[in-house]
Design a binder for this molecule. Structure first.
Ligand code: HEC
Length: 123
């Protein structure tokens, strides 16, 4: 918790210094969780795997409202969906570089998940 607070506090300083204190992975994660609007993570899940956002009644049946998986799409499809009006998802005003960072972050997350963890380095 302490770490997290410190990180957020430092963030504007890092940006203005235009240095690379944060890796592209961390930058993508930050945007995925906080993209100037409601975080993608809330609907699409931690790794972009998709989730059920809500359930609703339709003709007497309980139906799920689904946020689809977004970690298996082409970049074109990914970016276009994010920038347009959708039925449920809000429209975002993200730069191409920001969308790329999110996209790469999700690809990385998928890679981590599908490969066994690296052996720990001996200290
Ligand atoms: C409020 C929940 C919500 C949030 C927040 C949200 N999405 Fe979505 N997203 C959806 C839903 C639901 C759809 C399906 C289209 C629709 O009904 O709006 C969707 C569709 C998409 C698609 C299209 C998937 C496809 O198969 O073509 C992409 C890409 C996507 N979202 C990316 C993002 C990104 C990136 C963010 C954050 C910048 C984000 N979404 C934030 C709910 C959300």
């Amino acid at each position: 918790m302490g770490m997290r607070l410190a990180w957020w506090w430092l963030f504007p300083v890092m940006l203005s210094a235009e240095s690379s204190f944060i890796t592209p992975f961390e930058y993508g994660k930050m945007l995925y969780e906080n993209p100037r609007g409601i975080g993608c993570v809330h609907c699409h899940g931690k790794e972009g795997e998709g989730s059920i956002i809500a359930q609703y009644q339709h003709k007497g049946k309980l139906k799920p409202l689904i946020a689809p998986p977004i970690n298996e799409l082409s970049y074109e499809r990914f970016s276009q969906a994010t920038l347009k009006e959708n039925k449920v998802m809000p429209k975002y005003h993200l730069e191409d570089s920001e969308l790329q960072a999110i996209y790469r972050y999700l690809q990385e997350m998928k890679r981590y998940k599908s490969t066994p963890p690296l052996p720990k380095k001996q200290k």
